[in-house]
Every structure is written in structure tokens, then in C-alpha cells.
Design a protein around this ligand. Structure first.
Ligand SMILES: [Zn+2]
Length: 434
């Protein structure tokens, strides 16, 4: 089946390794913040905060970890780092604290300032910690917001108002540079927070770009977000959903729906009738953020929307980026077509893409229980193998056994436009307006 064939395990491995970004290396000893500016901040004055001048290879000027994700080649010089990206998932991170939350609220009206040279074809993100400010809990990064570097770049400077990063600033973790859509190198010389921009510096308006979720917000809720699958496994999946009386969210690719041989348009029509949520997953399952042109990004969104309208008669505000790859452009273009889109990644990864065809398919169970044990409650899984489908029932029963409610993603995010959650399960479908 054409869509399944596009699921490259290698690409998946890269993505999942990056979400959340790599933890601080275990042999890394954080030094205390002795930066004078931080002390001044506590004394009631807000001064510039120099985060990183790249003078040390393993930590920034605050004494905290910085570094590339494992697959991003980086050259560490004295006073710079040069990045050689080849993939939208690669990233460079510079941390604001050791492992806990960094409260940036007092910098609220200030600006992120980068001194750089080279490519502007990347995203800049400010990452938010989880509620516990605990890296042992999942997801480590609860969400993040991203801006497009190019819009804020003038010469060798980038200034971004910190309030363009719409996250909870009391729980900041790090800045990331990622979402590369060019192989041109990028050199960073300085990352800092400053009170002002030069008088002739035009600051563009913040663009709408939706909200990114990795975690259900409703107390005691749990959601299965199921992506691509194989047609011959549909009956088994449907039986499990019927027998267990649960509703889930399917993220569906436009090209798969159009594939007559797979019969997926009928499959998902039936899923809709049964009360499941059907949401967007792009048109041809590529790393959208890595596409070179906005036109190509738009086509992935628009063709997915057109196909849903034509074959299922629906639209959606929910989108899961293929491979979880998401940056500023994907988000902005989604928000250009869909009012206030919900962008859905995950905090429980069954890792079926990694283990389903291995000698140890049971490691899918290990992955599920590991992530749920850390506090994850929003799943990514596929139905591309009988082993995954077999474990699916066990996963459902486990969640039920701990008295957590399984529901659609829109319900677990308390979307006022979603159908109300009815714990009686199967009766819900009678009342759902699609
Ligand atoms: Zn997918």
C-alpha cells in the first residue's frame, strides 16, 4: 500500500529520537548560574541575559548544556558553532536551566537576539517544560512555539520579541534551532536576551500558528491517536474498538484515502459513523517542514483538506505532522487554512515503527508501558502489523484497569467544539455531530 510504503523506519527513528530533544548527557555536571545579569534580575533590575557565546563545546554561558541532536553535524569553534543540516528534524539546543523550569516572565517584553551568518531557512523555538518541571516525566517538553528565522533576520542579526513565543514563560527550558529546509550551513555566534532592538529594526507581526499538543489536558483522560495502517488489518482494529467500546482519533493521509484499492475512504466513513474522530495527516506523508517552498507546504495541507471534503464530507481542525516533524512554516500555513488548528504529536510512542518487524515485537509493549509510566497519555501508533494490533487490546485494557477514561483527542483536549465525553462509551456515537 502506497502510504505505508512511505513510512521509513529510519526517518521515524530520527524523529522520535528528537521528540523530546536529547536529554542532558549523564556525565554533564551543570554549574550554578553565576551570571551577573541573573543576580541583577533578582535585585529587581532587568538586564540583558547572555545565554550563549559558544566559547565552550559542552555548555553555554549560563553553565548549562548546549549541543546538536545526534544527527546534526556541528563544528565547534571558539565563539561560534557551525551547523550543517540535512534534515528538518535536526536541531541545536541551548538550555536555560539545569533540568528544571526557568522562569522567563520578567523578560516578557524583551527580545531574543541572535548573531548569526549563513542560512535563515530554519525555525527558532522556545520550549516549555512539563507541569512537574521534571525531566523524568513525559513529555519532557510539554509544548513549544516556533518562529520562522527568515522573517526576523536583518543582516547578521535576528531579533524576536519573546512574546512571539506563546508558551508558559514560567516553565521555559531551552531555545532550539531546527526545522531546516535548506542544506546551507548556519553559524551561530551569540544567543542573548536584550531589552531593545535597534531603532531601524523592523519587527514583523506574530503570525498565527496554532497550538502544539503532546499531552491530553483533561484530568484522568487518555487518547489513542492512530496513524497510517494496512487495509487487511482494518477488521481487527474495528472489532477491538467495538468490543472495548472506546473512541479514538485517526490521523489520515489524503493520498491513502484516494487509493481506491485500499478502500480507505469507506473504512474511515464507517469510523466516522461509529463516532471516531478523523483528522488530517498531510497529503503524501512527507516531512512538511523540510519542503523547500511554501507552495509545496500548502499542497500537503490543501490536498488533504480537499480529499477529506470530497471523500468523507468533513473538515477538521486537528493535524498530526508526518513523523512528528513540525516547525514554524508548517504551523503558520496550517493556521492560514484552518482557524486555530490543533497540532497533535504524542507523549506515548508504541515504537511499532521500530519493533513490529523485529525479533522482539514485545518491545512495543515495553515502550507503551514505559511512556505511560512517565505520565504520557496521548499515543502515537499505527496498524501496520498484526503484533501491534494484538497489543492494542492489552493497552486499552491496561488503561481501563487504572480507571483512566479513553476518548478522542479533541475530547481529551477539552475542545468545546468536540463531542461531550460519555463514559458509557458506545452510546456516545448516537449523539455525535460530525
Ligand atoms: Zn504517519
Amino acid at each position: 500500500m502506497s502510504v505505508a510504503a512511505t513510512l521509513s523506519p529510519l526517518a521515524f527513528a530520527v524523529t522520535v529520537h528528537l521528540l523530546p530533544p536529547p536529554p542532558i548527557p549523564s556525565n554533564f555536571t551543570a554549574t550554578l548560574i553565576d551570571n551577573q545579569t541573573v543576580l541583577l534580575q533578582h535585585a529587581g533590575k532587568i538586564n540583558p541575559l547572555v545565554i550563549d557565546t559558544f566559547t565552550e563545546s559542552d555548555h553555554n554561558d549560563l553553565g548549562f548544556w548546549h549541543g546538536p541532536s545526534s544527527s546534526l553535524p556541528a563544528e565547534n569553534g571558539h565563539g561560534y558553532v557551525r551547523l550543517f543540516p540535512s534534515d528538518a528534524d535536526q536541531a541545536y539546543h541551548t538550555q536555560l536551566g539545569p533540568t528544571s523550569c526557568f522562569d522567563m516572565r520578567s523578560y516578557g517584553q524583551m527580545f531574543l537576539h541572535l548573531v548569526f551568518s549563513g542560512s535563515t531557512k530554519f525555525s527558532i523555538s522556545l520550549n516549555q517544560h512539563n507541569k512537574e518541571c521534571d525531566t523524568g516525566r513525559g513529555p519532557f517538553l510539554e509544548t513549544w512555539d516556533s518562529v520562522e528565522a527568515e522573517r526576523y533576520a536583518r543582516g547578521n542579526d535576528i531579533y524576536v520579541p519573546l512574546n512571539h513565543f506563546v508558551i508558559d514563560h514560567s516553565r521555559a527550558v531551552s531555545f532550539s534551532f531546527h526545522g531546516f529546509f535548506s542544506r546551507d550551513s548556519l553559524t551561530l555566534y551569540k544567543v542573548e536576551i536584550v531589552p531593545d532592538v535597534p531603532s531601524d529594526f523592523y519587527v514583523p507581526p506574530k503570525l498565527e500558528n496554532g497550538k502544539l499538543f503532546l499531552h491530553c489536558t483533561r484530568p484522568n483522560s487518555f487518547a489513542f491517536g492512530i496513524d497510517d495502517g494496512l487495509p487487511h488489518l482494518v477488521p481487527d482494529v474495528m472489532n477491538i474498538l467495538e468490543e472495548e467500546k472506546i473512541l479514538v482519533t485517526f490521523f489520515v493521509v489524503g493520498a491513502g484515502l484516494r487509493d481506491k484499492e485500499s478502500n480507505f475512504s469507506h473504512v474511515y466513513k464507517e469510523m466516522l459513523e461509529k463516532g471516531h474522530q478523523i483528522a488530517f495527516h498531510s497529503d503524501t506523508h512527507q516531512k512538511i517542514e523540510g519542503l523547500e517552498t511554501i507552495k509545496a507546504v500548502d499542497e500537503e495541507i490543501v490536498h488533504n483538506m480537499e480529499t477529506f471534503q470530497r471523500l468523507l464530507g468533513i473538515q477538521s481542525r486537528y493535524f498530526r505532522p508526518p513523523y512528528g516533524t513540525v516547525g514554524a512554516r508548517t504551523r503558520q500555513r496550517l493556521a492560514a487554512y484552518i482557524k486555530e488548528p490543533y497540532i497533535i504529536n504524542w507523549s506515548v510512542d508504541v515504537e511499532d515503527w521500530l519493533w513490529k518487524d523485529s525479533n522482539t515485537p514485545e518491545r512495543q509493549r515495553d515502550a507503551f508501558f514505559r511512556d505511560v509510566g512517565r505520565g504520557g497519555n496521548l499515543v502515537v501508533m499505527h496498524y501496520l502489523s498484526p503484533s501491534t494490533v494484538q497489543y492494542f487490546r492489552e493497552f486499552i485494557r491496561f488503561v481501563k484497569s487504572i480507571n483512566v477514561d479513553i476518548m478522542r483527542v479533541d475530547q481529551c483536549l477539552e475542545d468545546p467544539n468536540g463531542p461531550p465525553f460519555d463514559p458509557r462509551g458506545s452510546e456516545v456515537k448516537e449523539r455525535i455531530a460530525i
